[in-house]
Design a protein around this ligand. Structure first.
Ligand code: PRP
Length: 213
């Protein structure tokens, strides 16, 4: 069996569809109710549904052999896993955004609100800008509106949340997408099965540059 951790929610559903297209499951999940795991006996895969930000933890520690995690989460956690494939789903951008009337004052530290505090710190260190980082767990767009921060460092997909809250993108920092990640020991000991799974998934990725990363 291969144990696969998928992120609960829309990204997990898209990821599961890719696994089905690759021959690892029937597209009908049926009514699994509140169950957080599901076994596809035929293809020999055990699926776990976990919080998106926890996928890398399950995979890194070997509770799952493989999983699907956003590049945003992988970068933030610096997860010690192999990133085998860019699945081309869950595409968005990591951006710095601010109120439309915000004007930066380089002589003082910039107040940055984010769920991705390590990534924010690394980004601003790379451009040599002093910051004060404010860790939030969601609804980050409110921070500049309420004066809690100058800017936010967050993912932007459609831009709808920024627009609805009167914010604008100041800098696009990086491109984000979901990755097929693998536990390092599992890659060694279940190499044939995992390599086959990676190849099949690579074959069904629909984006322009479906590739090994
Ligand atoms: C994410 C992100 C933005 C929003 C961007 O939040 O943090 O708030 O999606 O999407 P958009 O550009 O399509 O509007 P999420 O939905 O995960 O909710 P959260 O506020 O609880 O983090």
């Amino acid at each position: 069996m291969i144990n696969v951790a998928l992120p609960k929610g829309r990204l997990g559903e898209k990821a599961y569809s890719l696994f089905c297209a690759a021959g690892y499951g029937s597209s009908e999940l049926g009514d699994i109710g509140r169950r957080l795991s599901f076994c596809d006996e035929k293809s020999g895969v055990n699926y776990f549904w976990v919080k998106p930000s926890d996928v890398a933890v399950y995979v890194e520690r070997g509770a799952a052999d493989a999983g699907v995690a956003g590049k945003d989460v992988l970068d933030e956690d610096r997860a010690d896993v192999y990133e085998l494939i860019d699945l081309g789903i869950g595409k968005c951008k990591m951006c710095v955004a601010a109120r439309k009337d915000f004007c930066d004052e380089p002589s003082r530290p910039l107040k940055v609100a984010s769920k991705f505090v390590h990534s924010a710190e690394r980004y601003y260190a790379s451009i040599g800008r002093r910051i004060t980082v404010i860790k939030l767990n969601g609804s980050v767009e409110l921070a500049p509106v309420l004066g809690l921060s100058d800017v936010i460092f967050d993912i932007v997909e459609t831009g709808g949340t920024l627009k609805a809250n009167g914010l604008r993108v100041m800098t696009e920092v990086s491109e984000i997408s979901a990755r097929f990640v693998v536990n390092k020991a599992a890659y060694k000991f279940k190499n044939a099965e995992i390599t086959r799974m990676a190849e099949k998934l690579n074959g069904v990725c629909t984006h322009d540059k479906a590739c090994r990363v």
